[in-house]
Design a protein around this ligand. Structure first.
Ligand code: G6P
Length: 615
């Protein structure tokens, strides 16, 4: 959600904070702000809208700054209080000496606010964050120590928070604290950093310490002290980040999304590397830390995820049931956490998340752990909170994904599910050898087939141009590609704001067909050779009879398709069961080019955040 970065040290503080916020802009972008310690004062700068506005503001007012020595910065994705200048962070206490930035939601802020109002605090914003500023200032008045004041304050907070606090009377000290929201400290020479995520600091250091819930960090230029909620000092492990700063550059592409779409062949090679050697060898998935005898008897899996990861999970269900014959439920984390589930110690619970920080999924995972289930996490961030909760961890190694719309991480999750489903099938002996070989063969060929798609984007661009003015879309398919239809529709919605729905093709006639006419294009994913092709074709004929414009995404060479469909997008020949790993790519490109034609902000679509760390 919101992004936080704090810095104390020798470098140009404004540049460090600005660079850090730029690399966190995927987390939120309705307003931004900085508090800088300069010449004995704390100076605050805030602007509405994207980060560039803050840059311009700082540029215009740079004569006000002498030599800032520390600072905290924030990029906001509004939860409490509309996006406005007054609600932008940093927030201050009544006298303005204490400044704070916050990510999360304080659930008891109204009660705390009432108490603080009675004590004479002056509130200026509608945010829950401002309450923390007054609370810490109130505690500081008696404790006279910023660390203690923060500790006493966070004990009173309910909800989720990652906060950074500075005080005018405590020069060049940043106090950070977290609960249910990510925060890390990064170490340099004569400088230290604090941030909500690693991209904020990767340009400067790879040495990081991840804070756990209820830990408090006091960060100065040459020291980092971490304590628990009772004030006991903790010696934490320093981890070395695996990312390179180059991962955060567009490398010549117009948008991160386009770059990330094009990275998919290599991402898939990466995921397969070390796990799938050749068609004759079994899949090696040592990451699954469950005894083989237990896996043989496993008969219940639940997969929980949100957004795009949920769509990968739906493919995972199909694959595990098809290959290994194990019954799988898939549920949105936000639903799972508010009902009585049948999760128990014999259930394998799989959490899927690009960021590893999605609050709903983290809560769901914690609930599953409380029921003694084995928790397997599939994530792109082995350094995340979710990864730390895992009993088994499959890192998908897609590299940092910057664009808000997930693309390469989806492919990587999908391939991880193929490997897991085959692995389970091999342990259970549910697939015959020849079939296993053919699937592995297709998986090995996948990257080059995707390269073929990526080297011929013109038909997709043309289709995007032709359909960019339509206001509604339906994406249909059946079987293994139904989740691809959901994902294709989600991509289009997310970045072009066109109303798009993914629908089971056979369900079209049970309701949605009522909406079909020449203004509602129907995109069908249909792969020959399997069990669904002819059926989907019939569903398309039904749509055509209602004057709907038809787009086919297919590996068929049948020239007759041109007489049924207005546009045919062709992909290389592929086995139906493996096809979602290819069909997702033209759909990502279609969404991308439509958004481009419409002039939308592809990498940072309105109202969205890449990592949703509040429930
Ligand atoms: C947000 C993002 C989506 C993402 C979802 C789940 O809503 O905008 O793109 O799919 O969160 O995120 P996760 O990191 O758990 O996969």
């Amino acid at each position: 959600m919101c992004g936080i970065v704090g810095y104390v040290g020798k470098r140009d503080v404004v540049s460090v904070l600005f660079k850090g916020l730029t690399n966190l802009e995927y987390r939120g972008y309705d307003s931004a702000g900085m508090a800088l310690r300069d010449d004995g004062e704390i100076k605050i700068y805030k602007t509405l809208g994207k980060l560039i506005n803050l840059k311009n503001e700082l540029e215009a007012r740079k004569s006000e700054l002498k030599h800032p020595t520390s600072g905290i910065g924030h990029i906001r994705w509004a939860t409490h209080g509309s996006p406005s200048l007054v609600n932008a962070h940093p927030h201050t206490c009544s006298c303005g000496k204490l400044v704070i930035v916050h990510n999360g939601i304080i659930e008891n802020y109204k009660e705390l606010r009432e108490e603080l109002l009675k004590k004479g605090c002056t509130f200026r914003s509608q945010t829950d964050t401002e309450t923390i500023a007054h609370l810490v200032a109130d505690e500081y008045a008696s404790a006279k120590n910023l660390e203690t004041a923060v500790r006493n304050s966070v004990k009173k907070l309910q909800g989720a928070y990652a906060v950074c606090v500075m005080h005018k009377d405590v020069p060049d000290v940043i106090v950070g604290a977290r609960k249910h929201a990510p925060m890390l400290v990064a170490l340099g020479e004569d400088e230290n950093f604090i941030a909500s995520d690693t991209p904020a600091i990767i340009e400067y250091t790879k040495k990081t310490i991840y804070l756990e819930d209820n830990e408090i960090a006091v960060v100065t230029k040459d020291r980092v002290r971490i304590t628990d909620i009772e004030g006991n000092e903790i010696i934490k492990k320093v981890e070395i980040l695996p990312w390179e700063p180059a991962a955060l550059s567009k490398q010549g592409y117009k948008h991160f999304m386009l770059k990330e779409i094009h990275e998919q062949p290599d991402v898939i090679r990466n995921v397969l590397n070390g796990k799938l050697y050749d068609i004759d060898s079994p899949i090696i998935l040592n990451e699954v830390k469950i005894d083989k005898e237990i896996l043989k008897k496993l008969n219940k899996i639940q997969i929980i995820a949100c957004g795009t990861s949920l769509h990968a999970a739906l493919s995972g269900k199909y694959l595990i049931e098809d290959f290994a014959g194990i019954s799988v439920d898939v549920e949105a984390s936000s639903e799972y956490i508010y009902r009585k589930t049948t999760t128990d110690e014999s259930t394998l619970v799989i959490g899927v998340s690009q960021s590893g920080e999605t609050a709903d999924t983290i809560t769901a995972i914690k609930q599953a752990k409380a029921k003694n289930s084995h928790v397997l996490i599939i994530t792109n961030r082995p350094d995340s909170n979710m990864a730390r909760l895992a009993d088994s961890l499959i890192p998908v190694n897609a590299g940092i994904e910057v664009s808000v719309a997930a693309t390469k991480s989806y492919s990587a999750q999908l391939i991880s599910f193929y490997l897991l489903a085959i692995h389970l099938a091999e342990i259970k002996g549910t697939l015959n050898k020849e079939y296993l070989k053919s699937i592995k063969h297709e998986l090995i060929k996948l990257p080059s087939k995707i390269e073929e798609v990526l080297s011929n984007v013109e038909p997709i661009k043309t289709c995007a141009k032709k359909f960019s003015s339509y206001k509604n879309f339906i994406f249909i398919s059946r079987g293994i590609n139904l989740s691809t239809a959901y994902e294709g529709a989600l991509k289009l919605k997310e970045i072009s704001y066109i109303n798009a729905t993914g629908y089971a093709a056979g369900e079209l006639k049970h309701g949605p067909i009522a909406m079909l006419d020449e203004t509602m294009p129907v995109l069908a994913i249909l792969i020959p050779g399997g069990i669904t092709y002819e059926k989907i074709l019939s569903n398309c004929e039904e749509a055509k009879a209602r004057n709907a414009k038809l787009i086919a995404l297919t590996s068929s060479n049948d020239k007759n398709l041109e007489s049924i469909f207005d546009v045919v997008i062709r992909i290389p020949e592929i086995n139906e069961i493996i096809s979602p790993a290819i069909t997702c790519v033209p759909l990502q490109l279609l969404a991308y080019y439509i958004a481009e034609y419409l002039g939308k902000d592809v990498d940072q679509p309105r109202n969205l955040a890449k990592s949703v760390t509040v429930e």
